[in-house]
Design a protein around this ligand. Structure first.
Ligand SMILES: [Zn+2]
Length: 113
């Protein structure tokens, strides 16, 4: 029986999931925090990846390399949304409204999103 390795996206720990057959979709659950928010690790080589490789695979922050990123109003507040998401939180309504207004060209005074 193949063992699939999963990375928990909540607590960052690895869990091994035993499957009955190759190619079968498994409901992975974190054995540390019981989260179902798991990402399949492709192979055991994942254990030995260098930090550089991990950075390469996860990629830079959205738009990081694009100097025009922040001149596109659609990207206003995206880093704010990302940081909420990273902490597993919903973007509060008030923040969402501020971001939406800013994207529509109504930049709040003294606020640098
Ligand atoms: Zn976990």
């Amino acid at each position: 029986m193949p063992i699939y390795e999963y990375r928990c996206l909540e607590c960052g720990k690895r869990s091994s999931v035993l499957t009955k057959s190759v190619g079968q979709e498994v409901e992975a659950q974190c054995s540390h925090c019981a989260s179902a928010n798991m990402r399949r690790l492709i192979s055991s080589f994942a254990h030995h990846k260098s930090v550089a490789t991990i950075h390469q695979e996860s990629g830079p922050p959205p738009g990081y390399a694009d100097p025009n990123y922040y001149s596109d109003p659609r990207n206003i507040g995206r880093n704010v949304e990302e940081s909420f998401r990273k902490h597993g939180m919903d973007v509060p309504d008030s923040v969402q409204e501020t971001i939406k207004a800013a994207r529509d060209g109504d930049l709040p005074k003294g606020m640098d999103l």
